[in-house]
Design a protein around this ligand. Sequence first.
Ligand code: SF4
Length: 473
Amino acid sequence: MANPVPGTDEMASALHDCALLRKYDVSGPRYTSYPTAAQFAGGFDGSAFLNAVYGGVETIAPLSLYIHLPFCENICYYCACNKVVTRDRAVVRQYLDHLHKEMALLHLQLKMHHRPVTQLHWGGGTPTFLDAAEMTELMHMTAQHFSLTRDSNRDYAIEIDPRTVDRVKIDLLRGLGFNRISLGIQDFDADVQHAINRIQSVDMVRDLVEYIRARSFHSLNFDLIYGLPKQDEHTLAKTLDVVIALSPDRISYYNYAHLPERFLSQRAIDRLTLPTAEQKIRMLALITDRLTAAGYVYIGMDHFVKPDDSLALAQRDGRLARNFQGYTIAKAQDLVGLGVSSISSFDRVYAQNATDLEAYYAALDDNHLPVAKGVVLTEEDVLRRAIIQEILCQRSLDIVALQHKYAIDFHSHFAASLAALRDMEADGLLQVTPEAITVTGKGYPFLRNICMAFDEYVQAHLQGQKIRYSKTL
Ligand code: SF4
């Protein structure tokens, strides 16, 4: 029976076409921003950030907040996050004191306390490394400097390591105002869990899921990974059985990138236990087949959601956006990132905090914002960012509207990009007309490849400048 969501059957058949997958399995950015973090330049400090955003802040427009909490009790071997692995609980005190200072400095300089915080995200590391008193203190200090809201339309999300929470902590999180939860699952197979040093039983996760449901959180996301050591189609099929039975509202199924020269913990993974590129492609097809057959909608780049989930509805209404956490609903234009390594995004500027704790603490001890890198967008960046966002979120591009908004002749301005798309058009991944670019169902797995045609920096990279990206599939 054909899948009722347009394009799903074509996407599934593309994922069984090994020659097509091999052809487009190249390295490329994940486009959580444009320009991507690879273009953020050093020497961009707190003053440069304040200068770049100043003037855009006398507003009551909604705001997003991201708070990075880097501590983890145990190391997961596959990890590529910015984290500090420690059993010393005393580290939290020092971190919270510095977060408080960062908030106070921003409060003083940018005066954002009239802007309702419609989106809040605690990421990590392991945010639930904090105990109940520390989490409560963090929420209170945030409320001191920013305008948190109880509006039911808010999206307040937290990433949870299931091994670090119990029912009492879930109750606390609900009481603190969180209404979305993302559980780090990765895989349910015991051998795989052992190989990645992350043991968490199905029973424990099931108990947690049932309790989260009972506490009326608006949505529950599972983070999963394919391409892990000891994983094969057989183990993955069993994990998918459990995932589908637990029925999360959203599923992010990431492709594991093995880069041990860059991420030290990955050296604990035996390369010989990793699935081959061919196996990974078959896994991706299996994931897509099973999740779409179970009724999930593929919204793009690793993300599956239930058809009535707010992300699926936002995609239908043209309100879907992409930020550093992946797909989101465009509820606020500006994002303030707090904590080590976090990234802020204002209209024309991205700014990233120092990525190591020492530098982060030192800047704040010196009464400076801990910004270490950033970029001010050019007119051309803004235009290309709009195109990349629209393709990733809507899987189409309205050329007429774009020409009108940016006063350009699209076909001459992007002649090189259109030339780069010709091969993909011939392969049936998209259609180009004078009015629009439309990605076909067959092209859904290749959104990153399509966006790369509009990415000036990747094109420069293809012509010889070195930037390292993960594989697009
Ligand atoms: S995967 Fe998450 S919990 Fe595991 S080490 Fe990395 S940040 Fe910590």
